[in-house]
Design a protein around this ligand. Structure first.
Ligand code: IMP
Ligand code: MG
Length: 181
């Protein structure tokens, strides 16, 4: 059972999230009118966002899943990307949007984008629900961003701390005393 005392300020409520996801879906649908998209969900963090966003997109799309790891059970990035599960469809000549929960150092998305470019897609865009620009180490920006956030460790709506809290329907700050000792 989640101990509510570990959760700090709620930054985005479930209603805030719904509203913003709807706007992003509309924007993507307009920009890809007449085209077909492959949405690449980066597991596990973006499972909730991808599921919600896909239902707000009204152009034809398929959804593929990929799992990479750059974070272990720690809050600091290891700086390298390991593909745990790859998508199993070719993307050459296709329009792809990579969907992430959050861009922090940018190392994950930067490496992912480079890797996907070698597969010759027609176009590639990046969509992240949250963006923490103050932490950036790699030169990367998302094409679609839900919210720009400050440097706090956030949990909920797919975001975890040591695999916990992904199921919270809102996004909140994890209290520092919970992970700093
Ligand atoms: P990056 O490579 O540093 O941009 O890391 C991106 C990944 O780190 C995300 O997909 C998340 O899994 C994780 N991450 C970064 N910041 C947070 C956070 O505040 N809460 C939970 N996970 C985070
Ligand atoms: Mg994570």
């Amino acid at each position: 059972m989640i101990d509510p005392s570990t959760i700090g300020e709620v930054v985005y409520s479930s209603d805030d999230i719904k509203k913003r996801v709807k706007e992003l879906g509309r924007q993507i649908s307009e920009e890809y009118a007449g085209k077909e998209i492959i949405l690449v969900c980066i597991l596990k963090g973006s499972y909730a966002f991808t599921a919600d966003l896909a239902r707000e997109i009204d152009v034809p799309c398929s959804i593929e899943f990929m799992q990479v790891s750059s974070y272990a059970n720690s809050i600091e990035s290891s700086g390298s990307l390991k593909i745990i599960k790859d998508i199993n469809v070719p993307v050459d000549g296709k329009h792809i949007i990579i969907i992430e929960d959050i861009i922090d150092t940018g190392i994950t998305l930067n490496n992912l984008k480079k890797m996907f470019l070698t597969r010759n897609p027609e176009s590639i865009k990046l969509c992240a629900f949250l963006d923490k620009p103050s932490r950036r180490q790699a030169p990367i920006e998302a094409d679609y961003v839900g919210y720009v956030v400050e440097d706090n460790f956030l949990v909920g709506y797919g975001l975890d701390y040591a695999q916990h809290f992904r199921n919270l329907p809102y996004i909140a700050i994890l209290k520092e005393e919970y992970y700093k000792n």
